[in-house]
Ligand binder design. Sequence first.
Ligand SMILES: Nc1nc2c(ncn2[C@@H]2O[C@H](COP(=O)(O)OP(=O)(O)OP(=O)(O)O)[C@@H](O)[C@H]2O)c(=O)[nH]1
Ligand SMILES: [Mg+2]
Length: 160
Amino acid sequence: MAPGRLKIVVFGGFNAGKSTFVHALDSTARHIEARTEGGTTTVAFDFGRLTLLDQRVYVFGTPGQERFEFVREILSRGMDGAVIVVDATVGLDTTTLAVYTWLKEKQTPIAVMLNKCDLLGEMHGKLGDELSGETIHRISAQSGENVHAAMQAFVASLIA
Ligand SMILES: Nc1nc2c(ncn2[C@@H]2O[C@H](COP(=O)(O)OP(=O)(O)OP(=O)(O)O)[C@@H](O)[C@H]2O)c(=O)[nH]1
Ligand SMILES: [Mg+2]
């Protein structure tokens, strides 16, 4: 993207909290969703924008369901960085692991957000060794805890 602008794409499994994360960054974020039994699910994408460290940051949240791989592929074109949201109460699912491997092959800078930490208490989230080489930020997208700080740290690493 042009100098001063960053495109960041948010990946993660179904129900991990990607839409909530984008909304925590930009309360005016737009979202295309479908109703499900438990609530809603993203069928196209979330879009939010904010300014961090003098950068215009454009955040695209992808749909988590496996069948929307083509949407993830389209949204990821030209991205400067990728956020992977993992539900700390569930751990890393196979779809997200496949996305992670794909991002590593493309050498995309990655930040891992271990989400729903508000549900963990003193317990540690379920996260295997697969992401052990990555920076992992513990957040609660729902309460907003650590969301901005984590994103700012990621943006700082992208422009360094
Ligand atoms: N307790 C808790 N719940 C959360 C948190 N973040 C998201 N949730 C809940 O988790 C559910 C799924 O959140 P979404 O943001 O829709 O998840 P998503 O990853 O966008 O889901 P898909 O688009 O369907 O893949 C919702 O009921 C949220 O309220 C969090 O930090 N803590
Ligand atoms: Mg969503």
